[in-house]
Design a protein around this ligand. Structure first.
Ligand code: SAH
Ligand code: SF4
Length: 338
């Protein structure tokens, strides 16, 4: 599906036709232009010919069927991945990519290892949600949540991410997913956090922290040189004051690197506000580190909880399908990163 091409075609038509077209795609989730009966036949035929609705993707399911990963091929031959996570409480969360690769090069991250190829357009981001929305529709289900936790750093592609959020959120011509059901995860791009909070104060913010000291964080995440902990925390403090929203701090558990009891205590001290929560993520190995054993994660969690910090623990969904975003496209050699 080439949205840009579609937009170009519809420019020659009255403006309300474009609205009808968007509604047909994102709200009615049509799979064939013939289903868009509000449009005149000649337009439908033209669209069928010049802007087909198909999405070129390959699907892989995890053994437990709780997560499905799609590798979506883009117009220029690059591919991105999107993961659908089916939660037991009926939520269906789509984890979208915002860039092909990532320029930030975090050591524990496969996407980071690939380097950066390009930003995704808004429609390439929306297409990821669309792919699973169409699939779920066949089972009478819906996408209920969207998280920007796939490949790339969303706040370094703000204009496109913003447009995509508008499509995801729009309840007339978009997916109609409420802002509180949309989350953006960032490595700590402070200008981006400020933009997010002023333009979408209802959207959930997650910060990838991963360390309680600048030295270690800088070793794991080179971006820490430009955005050190003090700068991030100051911005988050302002964010919380302004929005009164909770903030989720992501912390990937790396064995003997960032998982000691003193790390936990330092983290607890840093995150002193009641709206600050921590999510401990089990590391999905990329060859550089080892995952922290579950008992040690438990201990770490207990220290945070004792300090009054709400803490969740999450395994990345579908690790058996290499669902840490970035791994599949990379291994299949489809992205020519050198
Ligand atoms: N660039 C953004 C969003 C994409 S990464 C960010 O870094 O926040 C989404 C989450 O996956 C981040 O918290 C990231 O640190 C985490 N992650 C990356 N590689 C991982 C791995 N190998 N195992 C577990 N979590 C990982
Ligand atoms: Fe980029 Fe996020 Fe991976 Fe770091 S963890 S390299 S910021 S995608």
């Amino acid at each position: 599906m080439n949205f840009e091409k579609l937009e170009e075609i519809m420019k020659t038509e009255p403006a309300f036709r474009w609205k009808q077209t968007k509604k047909a795609i994102f709200r009615d989730l049509i799979a064939d232009w013939n289903e868009a009966t509000v449009l005149p036949k000649n337009i439908r035929e033209k669209l069928q010919r010049e802007a087909p609705l198909g999405i070129d993707a390959e699907i892989l399911s995890s053994k437990d069927k709780k997560s499905v990963k799609a590798c979506i091929k883009l117009q220029d031959g690059l591919s991105i991945e999107t993961v659908l996570m089916k939660h037991t409480d009926k939520r269906n969360t789509v984890c979208v990519s915002s860039q092909v690769g990532c320029p930030l090069g975090c050591l524990f991250c496969v996407t980071g290892e690939m380097g950066f190829k390009r930003n995704l357009t808004a429609s390439e981001i929306a297409r990821q949600v669309l792919f699973f929305a169409r699939n779920l529709k066949k089972q009478n289900k819906k996408v209920t949540n969207v998280v920007f936790m796939g490949m790339g750093e969303p706040l370094l592609n703000w204009e496109n991410v913003k447009k995509a959020i508008n499509i995801i959120n729009d309840d007339r011509e978009g997916f109609g997913i409420g802002a509180r059901k949309i989350s953006v995860s960032t490595a700590g791009i402070t200008e981006g956090i400020e933009k997010l909070s002023s333009e979408f104060p209802q959207i959930n913010l997650a910060i990838s922290l991963h360390a309680s000291r600048d030295k270690l964080r800088g070793e794991l995440m080179p971006v820490n040189k430009k955005y050190p902990l003090s700068k991030i925390l100051k911005t988050v403090d302002e964010y919380v004051k302004k929005t009164n929203r909770k903030v989720m701090f992501e912390y990937v558990m790396l064995k003997d690197v960032n998982d000691s009891e003193s790390h936990a205590r330092e983290l607890a001290k840093m995150l002193k506000y009641p709206l600050y929560m921590v999510n401990l993520i089990a590391y999905n190995p990329n060859g550089r580190f080892n995952p922290t054993p579950p008992e040690k994660i438990k201990k770490f969690k207990a220290i945070l909880e004792k300090a009054g910090i709400f803490t969740t623990q999450r395994y990345r969904f579908g690790t058996d399908i290499e669902a840490a975003c970035g791994q599949l496209a990379y291994r299949r050699g489809e992205n020519d990163f050198s």
